[in-house]
Design a protein around this ligand. Structure first.
Ligand code: SAM
Length: 427
């Protein structure tokens, strides 16, 4: 049951996210305004093929992003996946903005978009900071984007798209400067794939967006741990390689974002990476579940996993592709991991901190909900007759909320609150 819809994120920000209107215009002009019936049919056919590849295809067909060498797949990706993934980036950046003060005064920002494809994370970051600049009344903002990919063909498209999006953003905010650097490199080489100039803790943010899914565990950047009686598994070594990569690249105030498809294999892969970051004293987990050292989903059953789902205003052109391709992007689903460097850990192992992982439920005379904490996932309930000032918040919990909860007893695998229980929402 954990496997289904264990949501990690609170859809705290705009409940209904929408793409800025210029996104469709920029994409339209990128394809020379060819958005007619036959173009849509072609794109939908290729999206259907890509979707099959992403969800049911063999890793060999995805490995190293070779599919990006084909123009028709690049076009399909740009039309269909880029817009949705842009919004996921903006959503996570908004969440990060709330977690870190060190970004609030920054007028220059450097990122690495690793496995950048058409430029999703870079363009998403430009959109995010343009809106922050307008909101905060900044005069200037300089964004340096390092875009890294193993496909030279998609890097070329990325360069043009980033230019086009930057121009559109500059119309609303002329003080925006976007400085892009392209890096043709293979992430299988681990931190050696990092351009030398980026190996010295210079980045504010690092994005791995939908790229780990295209690298098998054996292809992840390995990091040997020396003599060890119990040698680490390939996955663990790969995780340590990624932690090392991030450690070399990020500024002390930097954040790393990992975003993967909402599929069990990739979600569990990310949860295992989460646990490796959690064990490393240089890092703090910002999301999901910052207070938990070991994710309980990984040890209960192979079937357990977690993902996020946010509502968006699906644009008309995506709805048309959905209809023609027989798939659906009515909501945005993904899994994510957000870590920061250099912030002291807090509340680790705290038995009173939980994340809401189900919808609230009402029974005869009681409220119920599933919460995930240090000891695992449990059903919690509060009898209506025990409602009090201090526990009333229990009835208002929503999936993804992070809470402090004290005062409960275990009764037949169910944790029950009483009148003295305290329930408090945490940011
Ligand atoms: C699914 S796309 C993701 C693009 C973009 N980050 C996004 O989220 O929309 C995966 C990208 O990763 C790139 N890629 C796959 N394996 C790679 C590797 N070993 N090194 C560098 N890039 C890789 C592919 O070429 C492709 O552009």
């Amino acid at each position: 049951m954990f496997s289904v819809r264990c949501s990690m994120l609170k859809a705290a920000l705009p409940i209904n996210l929408a793409l800025p209107p210029f996104v469709e215009a920029v994409l339209g002009s990128y394809f020379d305004g060819k958005w007619d019936k036959s173009f849509q049919n072609r794109i939908a056919r290729d999206v259907a093929e890509l979707s099959f590849l992403f969800t049911r295809g063999k890793l060999e067909s995805l490995r190293g992003g070779h599919y990006m060498a084909r123009k028709r797949f690049r076009d399909a990706y740009i039309c269909y996946y880029l817009p949705a993934n842009l919004l996921k980036t903006v959503f996570l950046l908004e969440k990060a903005w709330d977690s870190t003060n060190s970004w609030h005064e920054k007028k220059e920002f450097s990122i690495l978009d690793a496995g950048c494809g058409p430029g999703t994370a870079g363009i998403g970051t430009a959109i995010f900071f343009q809106s922050k600049a307008l909101e905060q009344g900044w005069k200037q903002f300089k964004l340096r984007i390092h875009s890294l990919d193993s496909s030279p063909e998609i890097l070329k498209e990325n360069f043009q798209l980033t230019r086009n999006f930057s121009h559109a953003l500059q119309k609303g905010f002329p003080g925006l400067v976007v400085d892009q650097h392209l890096h043709h490199a293979n992430l299988s080489e681990g931190w050696k794939a990092l351009p030398p100039a980026l190996r010295q803790n210079s980045l504010d943010a690092l994005f791995f967006s939908n790229v780990l899914a295209e690298m098998g565990a054996e292809e992840l950047p390995l990091r040997k741990t020396g003599e060890n009686k119990n040698p680490a598994s390939h996955e663990e070594q790969g995780n340590r390689g990624l932690v090392h990569f991030v450690h070399k690249a990020l500024l002390p105030t930097g954040l790393a974002f990992f975003l993967e498809p909402a599929q069990r294999t990739y979600a569990r892969r990310l949860l295992s990476l989460r646990d490796t970051f959690a064990e490393d004293s240089n890092f703090q987990i910002l999301s999901p579940c910052p207070n938990i050292l070991k994710c309980p989903a990984l040890n209960l059953s192979e079937k357990d996993w977690c993902h996020d789902r946010i509502q968006w205003e699906r644009p008309g052109f995506i709805a048309s592709i959905d209809r023609l391709a027989g798939i659906s992007k009515e909501s945005l689903k993904f899994t994510h991991l957000m870590v920061s460097l250099g912030t002291p850990k807090e509340n680790h192992g705290d038995l009173h901190r939980f994340v809401v992982v189900s919808e609230p439920m009402k029974g005869k005379g009681k409220f119920m909900i599933f919460l995930c904490g240090v000891e695992g996932r449990f059903r919690f309930e509060l009898l209506k007759r025990d409602l009090s000032e201090s526990n009333r918040g229990f009835c208002r919990l929503r999936r993804g909320d992070k809470i402090f909860l004290s005062g409960f007893t275990l009764k037949n695998e169910i944790k029950r609150l009483d009148q003295d229980s305290v329930v408090r929402l945490e940011l």
